[in-house]
Ligand binder design. Sequence first.
Ligand code: XMP
Length: 508
Amino acid sequence: MERILILDFGSQYTMLIARRIREMNVYCDIVPFNKIPAISPDVKGIILSGSPSSVRAENAPQPDLSGVPADLPILGICYGAQWLAWKFGGEVTSSGSREYGRAKLSVKDKGDDLMKDIPEESQVWMSHGDTITALPSNYKVIASTASVANAAFRVEGRPVWGIQFHAEVHHSEFGKQILRNYVLGICGCAGSWTPASFIESTVASLREQIGSDKVVLGLSGGVDSSVAALLLHKAIGAQLHCIFVDSGLLRKDEFTSVLASYKGMGLNVKGVEASERFLGDLKGITEPEAKRKAIGRDFVEVFNAEAEKIQDVRWLAQGTIYPDVIESSAVPGASATIKSHHNVGGLPKDMKLKVVEPLRLLFKDEVRRVGAALGLDPEILGRHPFPGPGLGIRVLGEVTPEKVAILQEADAIYISALKRWNLYNGIWQAGTILLPIKSVGVMGDERTYEYTIALRAVTSVDGMTADWVHLPYDFMAEVSDTIVRGVKGVNRVVYDICSKPPATIEWE
Ligand code: XMP
């Protein structure tokens, strides 16, 4: 499988470079700059990413490229470009012009392969404190900005390029074209990495890896675990044993409908009803992290008890995806924004299971594309993210069965209205929150004293930052009215108009 290797020096944009390459249907790997693997013939090019460091700093990241064949194309981006200039005798200083944000790029060498089809002038995105003030003698400038002469260069006689700007960022108008010129043109990648080819090769390697062993997998109702299950099912059929736990904290009727949908897809799945246990263990707990711990512990224990009933199971399958893998292995102080959230975790202790993670090479949108190609129920495929602890962290304060029931009703009204109004698919995540306060209202001629429901809807790319959605007033009026009329125990509905940061998506 042809691939591009991206050396991670810790830039916040490293992952974005990988995304752009994957969008060309070319597979790529991100590896720490100091753990370069042996270069096999399937590696078609190497990209040196950006970094928060300065090449002049004492402990600046220094890759060892001695194992890289001289004819393998290299592209340095930002820090990568500075390093390529500095390492071979150029000059990088902090006294030159710093640039942050948009800049105008002028192409100086129209005949250069990297600049193919790039207009004479275009906008690029800059973010650098250091500047390359002098290039080594065999380097040639191929593009400049008003304040940075050496904005892009090529090494004469070797397939090595450097760009000071971030071609991977959306604001670089022709950035995608520059990356295409590199990956498809200079490196000569065919771009044949598609969901279908991924499924074919993964199914074959899963069969080989697992043989006739049994595998256990915890389903959550979300996209990742469902796609992992379908891939394994295609590879090993009934040797895959899925477990789907009802914590009592799922959305209204979700356990039954999702279980039916899994069975409809032919999965060997066991539904385990454990609501009473979860809700019982939440009694009296009000602190969010304590609730998370209690729920997490119950998940592990219920899952393990079920897994142990499967005789001779050898493997535990997980729906780990690429960002999870990268986040746990990234360069220190680097691109990593560490997630503390984990859904169902914990390896059954005494069972000594080996771990299989069929999605560990994929980004979320690729998981969706693979899911679609595998025929995953569109309801599950398009589903908003939902936290592992479920409604347990959307009932603020102590969780009781009554409060969960109120929240489930309100949530069902909200989500079905979003779908009816064709708003659901444009939203990254939506849900309702039950506030732990009561307020006075009047219904008919009677005074009421009941709970408040908050509605939340955000757009986001990865959940790390989010904007609140400007829902239409008519829509909000309909939802508020339907909830207050239809859900006993609620007499007020409010809408959350905070983005993340400073707020978070969930309230707890
Ligand atoms: P926050 O609230 O931190 O949420 O802005 C970001 C994303 O993570 C989800 N989330 C969780 N997911 N276990 C999970 O599996 C958790 O404990 C958890 N807490 C938040 C949240 O729904 C959003 O998608």
